[in-house]
Write a protein that binds this ligand. Structure first.
Ligand code: CA
Length: 230
């Protein structure tokens, strides 16, 4: 279910568009001015944005320019600015589509669908990860791990730690971040037990646990994954 953000200060239009989109099963977020809109883009990472141009605090044009610096999310302008120049300007600064008010909500919904169809589906995370010339293979469908072709038995916690690290090679995780990933919440006092899990994990997956290649210690911070994806 796609998430759509409506940035529109006319509440009546906001509500109509919202109702039409919700009827189609979309998750709909709204913002009534430019600043709130920009924050919502950053916080909620919508799949598509419907953008009014004449907005309080930050104009739609400025907002669009800012969004385009970091995102290629589909943006449909919905504006009373109807001249050819205004429409061309909107498209030139990065909008994907332009609808002039008054508009047909059904047409807007059809255009939303059309743009969403064009988005490449997010690449699904590969269920099988292989590292360092198949020295380490993790099958996340079967939850199986192989060292040099031989299955190793990991505890659920060890498995979660390994998966978290190896899905983000090179990224440093603090102990408390790992606790949170593994436990799903922060629990103070548990940080150091991560070390014993890592120790056990190394015994099971490292070719030489004394000189780890996969689970590397980052002194003073935590751990990172050092394997190279095949
Ligand atoms: Ca407006």
């Amino acid at each position: 279910m796609a998430k759509i953000l409506i940035i529109e200060d006319e509440l009546k239009i906001q509500q109509i568009v919202k109702a039409y989109l919700q009827k189609e099963g979309f998750e709909v977020l709204t913002a009534s001015d430019g600043i709130t809109g920009l924050e919502a883009v950053k916080t909620h990472v919508p799949d598509l944005i419907i953008l009014d141009l004449m907005l309080p605090h930050l104009s739609g044009e400025e907002l669009l320019t800012q969004i385009r610096q970091s995102s290629d999310v589909p943006i449909i302008i919905l504006s009373a600015k109807s001249s050819e120049d205004e429409r061309i300007f909107g498209l030139n600064i990065g909008a994907d589509d332009y609808l002039v008010k008054p508009f047909s909500p059904r047409e807007l919904v059809a255009r939303v669908f059309a743009h969403l169809r064009r988005i490449k589906p997010k690449t699904a995370e590969t269920p099988i990860l292989s590292f360092n010339g198949q020295q380490l293979i993790i099958d996340d469908v079967k939850h199986e791990v192989f060292r040099n072709g031989e299955a190793v038995n990991l505890t659920p916690t060890e498995y979660k730690i390994l998966l978290c690290l190896c899905r983000n090679p090179g990224q440093v995780f603090s102990r408390s971040q790992l606790v949170e990933k593994v436990q799903g919440y922060q629990y103070s006092g548990y940080d150091r037990t991560i070390d014993s899990h890592v120790k056990n994990l190394r015994q099971k997956i490292e070719p030489n646990p004394e000189e780890p290649r996969f689970i590397l210690t980052v002194f003073g911070i935590g751990y990172k994954f050092g394997g190279e994806r095949d």
